[in-house]
Design a protein around this ligand. Structure first.
Ligand SMILES: C[N+](C)(C)CCCC[C@H](N)C(=O)O
Length: 288
C-alpha cells in the first residue's frame, strides 16, 4: 500500500487548515449562534471582544488532528482508486481516468475520513463557539479550558458516545461531496492539461480551488445540520435527531437557514483547497 499519499495528505492538510481557520471560526459562529447580524458583524464583535486571537480559537488542536484526517482522506482515496482501477498513480497519468472510479474512490475516502474526523470536529466546533474573551481574573472562565478538557467533559457529561454527536450528519455531508471533490479536481486538471503532460502549478491551484468550492456548495446544508447537532445537548437537548433538526430549523428560521455560511464556506474553500492540492501534488512528486 503506497504511503506517500498519507504523508503528503497530512502536510498539505496543515497548510490548508491554517489558511482557512479564521474564516471557519466566523462560519461556525454564524451557523450556530443567532446573535450576529451578518459576517461583518460577527468579525467586528469577535475582534472587539477577543482580539485577533478569537479567530484562531481551537486551531492548535485541528493542526494535530484534522490535518491527520486529511492524510486518511488522500491516502484512502488514492489506495481505493488503485484497487478499483488496478493502476498505480504513475500509470494513471498515462491513461484516461475512469471518472466513475474517481467518484466512488472519493466517496469511500469521504466516508472513512468522516468517521475519523467526527470527534475532532466536534471538539473544534465546541471550542470555536466559546465567545468568552481569554480568561482574566474575576471573569468566569469558559466552559471548556482546552481540547483535552473539552473531550474529558464531553465524556463525563454526555458519555463516550457524546464524542460522536453529529457524526451521522458529518458522514452524510462528506461521503457524496468528497466524491464530487475529487471528481472536480481530476476532471478540471485533465481538462486544463494537454495530453500526456503532468498538471502544472497553476492548474493544481485552479482545479483544487474549484474542487473546494463545488464540494462545499453542495455540502453546506448538511454542514449547518452537522454543526447544530454538534452543539446540541450542551444545556438541554433541542433536537430529537437529525431529521428533527432539519425540520425544526426550517420551521423556525425558514429554508434559508440551510445556506448559512455558504458565502464563507466558498470564500474559504478556494484558497484552502488550492493550497491543499498544490502542496499535495508537489510533495507527492518529491516523495516518490
Ligand atoms: C466535502 N466537504 C466539502 C465537506 C469537505 C471538503 C474538505 C476539504 C478541505 N479539507 C477543506 O477543509 O476545505
Amino acid at each position: 500500500m503506497p504511503v506517500e499519499e498519507f504523508v503528503a495528505g497530512w502536510i498539505s492538510g496543515i497548510a490548508g487548515l491554517m489558511l482557512g481557520h479564521p474564516i471557519d471560526t466566523v462560519k461556525v459562529r454564524l451557523q450556530t449562534q443567532n446573535t450576529y447580524r451578518g459576517i461583518m458583524d460577527c468579525v467586528i464583535k469577535t475582534y472587539r471582544r477577543e482580539s485577533v486571537l478569537g479567530f484562531f480559537k481551537g486551531m492548535s488542536f485541528p493542526i494535530g488532528s484534522v490535518a491527520m484526517v486529511n492524510s486518511v482522506l488522500f491516502g484512502t482515496y488514492s489506495n481505493s482508486l488503485l484497487l478499483l482501477s488496478s493502476t498505480s498513480p504513475q500509470e494513471r497519468k498515462a491513461q484516461p481516468l475512469n471518472y466513475g472510479y474517481v467518484f466512488v474512490a472519493g466517496s469511500i475516502a469521504g466516508f472513512v475520513q468522516a468517521y475519523c474526523l467526527a470527534p475532532f470536529d466536534l471538539i473544534k466546533v465546541r471550542l470555536q463557539n466559546q465567545t468568552e474573551p481569554r480568561t482574566r481574573p474575576g471573569v468566569a472562565p469558559p466552559q471548556y479550558r482546552g481540547p483535552l478538557h473539552c473531550a474529558r467533559s464531553i465524556i463525563q457529561e454526555e458519555g463516550p458516545r457524546g464524542l460522536f454527536r453529529g457524526a451521522w450528519a458529518l458522514v452524510l455531508r462528506d461521503t457524496p461531496t468528497l466524491g464530487l471533490y475529487f471528481l472536480t479536481y481530476e476532471g478540471l486538471s485533465r481538462w486544463l492539461t494537454s495530453d500526456s503532460k503532468e498538471p502544472g502549478s497553476a492548474t493544481m491551484l485552479v482545479a483544487g480551488g474549484f474542487a473546494g468550492i463545488m464540494s462545499w456548495t453542495i455540502a453546506t446544508p448538511m454542514d449547518v445540520v452537522k454543526s447544530r447537532m454538534q452543539m446540541d445537548g450542551l444545556k438541554r437537548r433541542k433536537y430529537r435527531g437529525l431529521l428533527d433538526c432539519v425540520i425544526s430549523s426550517a420551521r423556525q428560521e425558514g429554508p434559508g437557514v440551510f445556506f448559512r455560511g455558504l458565502t464563507l464556506n466558498s470564500a474559504r474553500a478556494f484558497p484552502v483547497n488550492a493550497v491543499t492540492f498544490f502542496s499535495y501534488e508537489h510533495l507527492l512528486r518529491f516523495l516518490s
